[in-house]
Design a binder for this molecule. Structure first.
Ligand code: NAD
Length: 309
């Protein structure tokens, strides 16, 4: 099976590395920065120059792009995937974007004799590098079984969630919750700190209590406590995901009080210049509104404990 891989960013690059290292014959291309593609060549991949060439040289093409606009351009653009598609080929799209765009892509791919799997991911860059992503797959169940060994190179929790487009629906729902959890943590920790609580003590207690969320484990020790906002997951991509949830809520008439507030905060944080840093900066942004900070250097006596977390 020849695999084409398009989109070598924070997620796509470690995912593509795992695909190459798992022994799949892989062809890729670069966009803006050549280094990730060159690094894949060192592992055994081949480089071509356009999405059409990637599709021509592959049996299955994987896309991990920022959002709807980039997916549409990679598929429908003048040198897009469709130009190199022929009957029997498969597109696996792992982008977080709308179901509507994916269904438009599927219609065009099917007209060219191809098939599509909708397979967005969760778990972040650490899980991408470790091959422990959650992959939520919409599309034909037998097509998923055909490509499960390829997906298993990238993720270890692979769910069939329904028809094409349902992967995007569940991913966007997850993102609305992750955004709200981050902001809830930012606001509540700011309150605790302003009332005198020690941030690490709060984390230790709350992770054994009902306020706990996975976002605390993913974003407190390595990001907020250290004041480290190297992405990770860019704040503007999380803003995009929250906006996708709002668009979908508008179309379906669902009231979304908390997601709407999250969208306002992510928009304000982006306008304050935080769009390209890790999305956890939105929690620090809330803390700063209270003249506070979530950054916390452990005391000498706490250092051993902090390293164990
Ligand atoms: P990123 O911005 O780091 O990477 C996107 C990559 O796509 C870049 O390398 C860019 O050059 C490439 N690209 C853009 N337009 C292109 C084009 N026309 N042709 C070829 N390549 C093009 O983003 P990311 O963090 O890797 O996220 C990718 C997707 O995965 C997004 O939809 C995001 O929402 C989702 N996601 C990200 C994370 C995370 O933690 N970073 C976690 C889960 C899901």
């Amino acid at each position: 099976m020849r695999v084409g891989f398009i989109g070598l960013g924070a997620m796509g690059f470690p995912m593509a590395q795992r695909v190459v290292n798992a022994g799949f014959s892989t062809v890729t291309m670069f966009h803006k920065h050549r280094e990730p593609a060159d690094a894949l060549v060192k592992l055994g991949a081949q480089i071509v120059f356009t999405p059409a060439e990637v599709a021509r040289a592959s049996d299955v093409v994987i896309t991990v792009l920022p959002a709807d606009a980039q997916l549409e351009s990679v598929v429908f653009g003048s040198e897009g995937i469709l130009g190199g598609f022929s009957p029997g080929k498969v597109l696996i799209d792992m982008t977080t974007c709308t179901a509507m765009t994916l269904l438009k892509v599927e219609q065009a791919i099917q007209a060219a004799g191809g098939r599509v799997l909708d397979a967005p991911v969760s778990g972040g860059t650490v899980a991408a590098a470790a091959g422990t992503l959650t992959i939520m797959v919409g599309g034909d169940a037998s097509l998923l079984e055909e490509y499960r060994p390829l997906l298993a190179a990238m993720g270890n929790s692979i769910f069939h969630v329904g028809a094409t487009g349902q992967g995007k629906v569940i991913k966007i729902t997850n993102q609305a919750m992750a955004a709200i959890h981050l902001l809830a943590m930012g606001e509540a920790f700011t309150l605790g700190i302003r009332c005198g609580a020690d941030p690490r003590t709060m984390y230790e207690v709350i992770r054994h209590s009902s306020g706990h969320s996975r976002i605390m484990d993913l974003r407190l020790s390595d990001f907020l406590f250290k004041g480290n906002f190297k992405p990770g997951f860019k704040l503007d991509l999380m803003k995009k995901d929250v906006m996708l949830a709002l668009e979908s809520a508008k179309a379906s008439g669902v009231p979304t009080f908390l997601t709407s507030t999250a969208a306002q905060i992510f928009t304000a944080a982006s306008n304050a210049g935080l769009g390209e840093v890790d999305y956890s900066a939105a929690a620090q942004f809330l803390a700063e509104m209270a003249q506070s900070s979530l950054k916390h250097e452990p005391a000498e006596s706490e250092k051993g404990q902090a390293n164990q977390q």
